[in-house]
Design a protein around this ligand. Structure first.
Ligand code: SAH
Length: 216
């Protein structure tokens, strides 16, 4: 792998991730490892380590590096955790999760993104990522319960069905708000019920589906 990208990646981790307070060593190590430039088109590789989201086609985006780190840290992942991701997109967030967790199940509703990213996971040998083409707002019951669930598109509200697919002690991170801006909400499920906290403002593409927004 070109030394240039290695250097850009380390710089990204130092200036965008550690300098802004991300401290989980597993998250930092994963962000140092996953080759983000391979998750964007060739024309955009040189911008892949910039402090911003980038288009990935189909009017969707790969999230800004910091937001990927923030959401991953909020999931408090352990090496034996099983994680569900809604919104595979470029596959970058799933790859970061797969670097830390035991297995990642990821769902994408746009077929072209699903097939392209599935191929990329095979090429890069992410053998612990399981992909599915469907509406992820209903979760993926078959492999539940999950230790962590991450939704990488903005939802009008928290789908109850996702909370129900969390294990005891499980964590859910989801952007909730209107079509333009959202709050990043973290929810923890335990015997007493669910505990919610607000991690701050964010901006995601729409979560479209049965328990999300209607198309257009
Ligand atoms: N995690 C991705 C972010 C991609 S943007 C990455 O790292 O690149 C959000 C993605 O969520 C888009 O690809 C969009 O098509 C997808 N999405 C939106 N609604 C969805 C739904 N109901 N089920 C599955 N995927 C959905």
């Amino acid at each position: 792998m070109p030394v240039k990208y290695q250097r850009l990646r380390n710089e990204m981790v130092t200036k965008q991730i550690i300098a802004r307070g991300i401290s989980d060593p597993r998250v930092i190590s994963a962000m140092r490892t996953v080759p983000r430039h391979l998750f964007v088109s060739e024309a955009m590789m040189d911008q892949a380590y910039g402090d911003f989201p980038l288009p990935i086609g189909e009017q969707q985006t790969i999230s800004q590096p910091y937001i990927v780190a923030e959401m991953t840290q909020a999931l408090q992942l352990n090496p034996d955790d099983r994680v569900l991701e809604i919104g595979t997109g470029s596959g970058y967030q799933a790859a970061v999760l797969a670097q830390i967790a035991y297995r990642v199940y990821t769902v994408e509703r746009i077929h072209s993104l699903y097939t392209r990213t599935r191929k990329l996971f095979d090429q890069l040998r992410y053998h612990n990522i399981v992909t599915r083409y469907s509406d992820g707002t209903t979760g993926w019951k078959e492999h539940s319960p999950y230790d962590a669930i991450i939704v990488t598109a903005g939802a009008p509200e928290i789908p109850a069905v996702l909370v129900n697919q969390l294990a005891m002690g499980g964590r859910l991170v989801i952007p909730v708000g209107d079509r333009h801006t959202q709050d990043l909400i973290k929810l923890v499920r335990d015997e007493q019920g669910v505990h919610q906290s607000n991690l701050g403002g964010c901006r995601f593409v729409k979560l479209i589906g049965e328990h999300g927004w209607r198309e257009r």
